[in-house]
Design a protein around this ligand. Structure first.
Ligand SMILES: [Zn+2]
Length: 273
């Protein structure tokens, strides 16, 4: 093909894609193929290969049980996209090279886009930890909120989010404390959702915990690090964990220092976990 012909052909393809009634047909096809791969892998029931330290094979077999179902998500992780539009995030999640995805995106106008079946593993959490759970992608549903990271979250967006969370909580029986943010599970790396995210409103509706007012002052021997760790925070980088805690619950400043009020809030929450 000559360069000009190729150029015209490439332009025609772009034109056709833009005018297609199904603009995400390519992504749809790729997803279907990948789902097939996952299912095929599950269907291959063979005995496990187990070898001892001397290289001897153990006697193993595969005998099918008849009692099972698919695994269920047990956490919901909330993110902000840090992008400028819903379309931009959809594009990011339909390109293989980005290697990121989420189950849902909620637009500023309240539109909800699902991108992956709840029972498949999306790639939204990355390197993260909550309590002793080191693989949050396997355990959770990821929800992205279309938000640039500096603007307030619109009422329509939060109202749609609450409806979606209600459905997920009921369907999968997700415990109330297990609705948390990306920054909670990856405090060293991630600042989302931002300090403007209305966690109290979520907690008032049964998604995530919140503290009570007035608070009892913590005892003199109250240990901030242990309390954060018991709640679930990864405290290997304590200043990062403190900032994540304050971004979620205190919302007054993001200094890695716990003042008396911050400690009262933490103590109150710690007693609930
Ligand atoms: Zn995130």
């Amino acid at each position: 093909m000559t360069t000009i012909k190729f150029f015209l052909y490439a332009n025609l393809l772009v034109f056709l894609a833009a005018c297609s009634p199904k603009p995400y047909q390519v992504a749809q096809k790729i997803q279907e193929e990948k789902v097939k791969e996952v299912v095929t892998k599950m269907d291959t029931n063979v005995a496990p290969v187990l070898v001892d330290s001397l290289g001897n094979s153990l006697v193993t077999s595969f005998i099918p049980t008849v009692n099972f179902s698919s695994r269920k998500p047990n956490f919901v992780i909330i993110h902000h996209t840090a992008q400028d539009s819903l379309a931009q995030t959809i594009r990011t999640f339909t390109l293989e090279r980005t290697q990121v995805s989420a189950h849902y995106i909620v637009g500023r106008n309240g539109e909800v886009v699902q991108m992956l079946n709840d029972e498949l593993r999306a790639w939204h959490a990355g390197n993260s930890k909550w309590g002793n759970n080191y693989d949050m992608n396997s355990a959770s549903i990821g929800i992205e909120l279309d938000n640039n990271g500096f603007e307030p979250f619109s009422d329509s967006q939060i109202s749609s989010l609450l409806i979606l969370l209600t459905k997920l909580k009921t369907t999968y029986n997700i415990p109330t404390p297990n609705f948390i943010g990306h920054s909670d599970i990856a405090p060293k790396r991630k600042p989302d959702p931002s300090i403007l995210f209305p966690w109290k409103k979520l907690a008032d509706n049964g998604f995530g915990l919140w503290y009570d007012i007035p608070n009892l002052p913590p005892p003199a021997n109250f240990d901030v690090e242990s309390a954060l760790r018991i709640i679930g925070y990864d405290t290997r980088d304590l200043p990062a964990a403190i900032i994540a805690f304050k971004r979620h619950f205190v919302k007054l400043d993001l200094n890695p220092v716990m003042n008396e009020w911050d400690k009262c809030v933490l103590y109150n929450l710690y007693k609930k976990y």
